[in-house]
Ligand binder design. Structure first.
Ligand SMILES: [Zn+2]
Length: 270
């Protein structure tokens, strides 16, 4: 498997970032959505995928279906699996009983209290929601195709969530972490992410050289370094290279907007 690459695709006003070769060769679909092409209005305009941010649940479900349809996944809509993200470090295995948790904004609740999900179940898209935090998708292509998605804000990054997710995925798939593929999706960039002195010093203590001057933190670099420390080589990591805060309008940004929607990170074994 050559180095993973994320490229931008569109269908009408919808846009997402994906690895076409991973899909063609291994039947695994990765997607990081943008915010355009949906039905939501106001601060959630327009492809808001999250049920917990005050948007109309009917719009959320319509948006999810639009994205799944654009990805060719409409048949899996009832198995879409979501989590109640809490900025923690818990990694949850999605078993058959959990598949479809939170699929509808009006249905049964998402998997409670977890910021990473893992599964080898086919046709079971895992999705997490983001507005500035770092989305991480991890993939094992053999011996058992197994995937993970993780939500890393500053708490998760400091707590080593991406590293824990990589180790848990490798254990579940039966492969070394060095053979995983990692996709680090769109997130707030270093220039836009200014933090207080106390948090800056916590990052400096844990990651030293990654913290830039004036207390700005590169969360993507922190995540990438965590993955590398867990054994995932840098050349097996793909970055989005896109900021969620600037320029405005492509993604949702909690830091810039406060009340706003969420874009998604999705991965599925087909
Ligand atoms: Zn930025």
């Amino acid at each position: 498997m050559p180095s993973p690459v994320l490229e931008r695709r569109t269908a009408g006003a919808l846009a997402w970032h994906t690895d076409l070769e991973l899909l063609e060769r291994h039947g695994i679909l990765v997607a990081f959505s943008e915010r355009t092409g949906g039905t939501s209005v106001g601060p959630w305009s327009s492809l808001n995928l999250a049920a917990h941010v005050g948007d109309d649940p009917t719009s959320v479900d319509a948006n999810r279906l639009r994205l799944l349809s654009a990805l060719g996944l409409e048949e899996t809509a009832e198995r879409l699996t979501c989590a109640e993200q809490v900025h923690g470090a818990r990694v949850t295995r999605v078993t058959p009983e959990r598949a479809g948790a939170g699929a509808s904004a009006r249905g049964r609740r998402p998997i409670p209290g977890t910021d990473a999900m893992i599964t080898a179940l086919p046709d079971t898209p895992l999705m997490m929601c983001f507005a500035d935090c770092v989305p991480v998708v991890l993939v094992a292509v053999r011996p058992v195709r197994t995937v993970a998605v993780a939500h890393a804000g500053w708490r998760g990054a400091l707590a080593g969530l991406p590293d824990s997710a990589a180790r848990a995925l490798a254990a579940a798939a039966g492969c070394p972490t060095s053979s995983l593929l990692a996709y680090v999706g769109p997130h707030i960039c270093r220039e836009c992410y200014e933090v207080g002195d106390e948090l800056a010093s916590q990052f400096a203590a844990a990651f030293g050289n990654i913290v830039a001057a004036q207390g700005r933190v590169d969360l993507g670099a922190v995540v990438s370094e965590g993955l590398r420390a867990a054994g995932v080589p840098t050349e097996r990591q793909a970055g989005g290279g896109t900021c969620t805060t600037h320029p405005a309008g492509r993604f949702f940004s909690y830091r810039a907007e406060g009340v706003t929607g969420r874009h998604g990170a999705l991965v599925v074994v087909l």
